[in-house]
Design a protein around this ligand. Sequence first.
Ligand code: SDX
Length: 390
Amino acid sequence: DTGNVVFDPGFVNTANARSAITYIDGANGILRYRGYPIEELAEKSNFVEVAYLLIYGELPTPEQYQDFEHRITTHTMVHEDLKMFFNGFPRSAHPMPVLSSAVSALSTFYADSLDPHDPQQVEISTIRLLAKVPTLAAYAYKKSVGEPMLYPHNELNYSENFLRMCFGVPAANYEVDPDMAKALDILLMLHADHEQNCSTSTVRLVGSSEANIFASVSAGVNALYGPLHGGANEAVLKMLGQIQNEGMDPDTFMEKVKNKEDGVKLMGFGHRVYKSYDPRAQIIKGYAHDILGKLGGNNEMLDIALKLEEKALADDYFVERKLYPNVDFYTGLIYKAMGFPERMFTVLFAIGRLPGWIAQWREMIEDPETKIGRPRQLYVGEGERHYPQR
Ligand code: SDX
C-alpha cells in the first residue's frame, strides 16, 4: 500500500510490467497520471502540461512549462522531403497507416539522434515527436481531402495549431474557435496515457529491443488502429449513424447485441480493466452536451447514445458482464461536431496517447526493471514425434 494505491497479492503476481506513470483501479473507476486524479487534470490543466507531467514525473514550474512549450512549438515543421512522402499514398488511404508510416520515416531524418541510451538524443526525439506528429496527422488529413498542406504557425498553441493545419486553407484566413480548441485539448488530455493498453504495450515491447523511439511509436500507432482498441471511436459513430439512418429503435439494436447477431457489439462499451464506468467517459459525457451545443453537433445521435447507455446500465446482460461506457463512447460525437471525418477519430486518439507512449518508452529504457521483457507461452501443441520412415 503506497499512498492509498492498493493491489491484492494475486494482481501483483499477474502484472506484466512495473510502472510509476499511470494508476488505474478498474473496479472503482479510478485513473491517475503520476498520482493526480484525471478529473482534476481535466478541469485545471492542459495537454502540454499533462504531457510534461507524464514524461518528467512532476508538474512543470511556469518557467519549465514555457521552455517545454517553446521547444515543441519551434519543432513543429517537418523536412520538405518528408512532405513529398505523402504524394506516394492514394487519396483514399486511411490516415492511420499514413501516420504510422510517416512517424517511422521521421527516424530516417534523424539518424544521428536515435540512441536510446543518450539522454540528449532521447530528449530531442521526445520534442520532435510531440511537435511533429500533429503536423504529420494534419498532412494525412489534407492528403485525404485533396487540400494543400499548411505550415504550422508558432503563435498558436498546440491544439489551435493542429486545428488550423487541418481546417485552414491558403485562400482564406482561419480563425481557430477557442471552444473547439479547448474541447480538443481536454480530449487529448483524457487520452494521454492508460497503463499497459494494447498500443502502449506494443511501444514498450518494440522499444525493449532498443529499436528507436520513432519505430516504437509507429508500432503503437498501428496497434491503436484496431477497432477493438483505438478504432472503437470510429466504430461507435458508424453504429450510431446506422441506428439513426435506418430509424432503428434502440431496443431493437440492443436485442441484436444481446443475441450477438452477426457478432454486433455495443461499440464504446466494455473494457479489459474498467469493470465500472470509465472515468474518462464520465468526464466526456459531462462536456458532450455543452460542446455539441456550442459546435452545433448532431444532438440526435447524442440522444441515441444516451438512450443506449441508459438501457445498457439497466439491463442484466450488460450489468452481469460489467459492461460500461469507455472513453470511445462519446468522443466520436465531439470530433464529428468539430468537423473531423470518422477516419480521423483514431488519429486524434494517437495524438492524445503520444505523451503516454513516450513516457512509458523512456521509463522502460531508463529502468530495465520496468521492461515487459520477452513474453513466454503455455505450449498446448503436439508432444515430441518423429518423421515417418518412407
Ligand atoms: C480502448 O486497455 C485500454 O486501456 C484501452 C483503452 C485505452 O485508453 O488505451 O481504454 C482504449 O481500447 C477502449 C476499448 C474500446 N473498444 C471497444 O469499445 C470495442 C467494444 N468492446 C469490446 O470489444 C470489449 O469490451 C473489450 C475488448 C474492450 C473488452 O472485452 P472484455 O469485456 O474484457 O472481455 P470479453 O471481450 O471477453 O467480453 C466478455 C463478455 C462477452 O460475452 P460472453 O461471451 O460472456 O457472452 O462481454 C461481451 C462479450 O461478448 N462484451 C460485449 C461487449 N464487450 C464485451 N458485448 C456487447 N458489446 C460490447 N461492447
